[in-house]
Design a protein around this ligand. Sequence first.
Ligand SMILES: [Zn+2]
Length: 237
Amino acid sequence: MIAEAPPQPVPTLVQTIGRSVTGRPIRVVRRGADDAAVDVLIVGVIHGNERAGLDVLRQLRYATPPAGVRLWLIPTVNPDGERRRTRQNARGVDLNRNYPGGWQPIGSPWQTYYPGRAAASEPETRAVQALVRRVRPDVTLWYHQHANRVIRPAGGWSLIVARSYARTSRLPLLSWPPLRGTATGWQRAVDPTSAPLVIELPAGPVRGAPLRRHVAAVWDVARLAVAWCAKDPRRCR
Ligand SMILES: [Zn+2]
């Protein structure tokens, strides 16, 4: 009888990438080999009252990513809002309107889409910007609720990734009117190959078969990125 090799532990590192307005840490869990060709960044929560992405990240946290893939898991980029169950951060800012590139002043704190007093005025935004610049992800998934769709990007690599995620997760791939000051808009401007996608989960928690489909959808887009990088290494590191 041939003994099966024991599973290799996945190298895992937890880093604090910044702090919220009230000083709560914003953490990223890096999971995968140092020499992985592909980096996949996944944000569970940016709006504190849209928390279903945490269900998916909890599964990914202890799973083994496909060969050649390194995961960067940020459970929440809005720890104050997540604690208070508010969309906004502790200063009443919608963090997904606070990013540079199309930022515009509108409204006042605690209004639904208040974008802050200036682009990147919030420490939570700056923490994400620094990480994105450092990691240069090949795929980026931002979980939201509860519009029940993968928001359709205009084209290119992002659309290829979005189609794959939609197919495996069984969420419809549907467009959304353009918004200003979003994280994905900023990412597209500074790093078009980072495939920043918005995944709008349905209302409520994600459990059972749908949860397994979302985990499978993450693995599918990660494998797609590995194949894409192998075909054209100049586009990846
Ligand atoms: Zn949202």
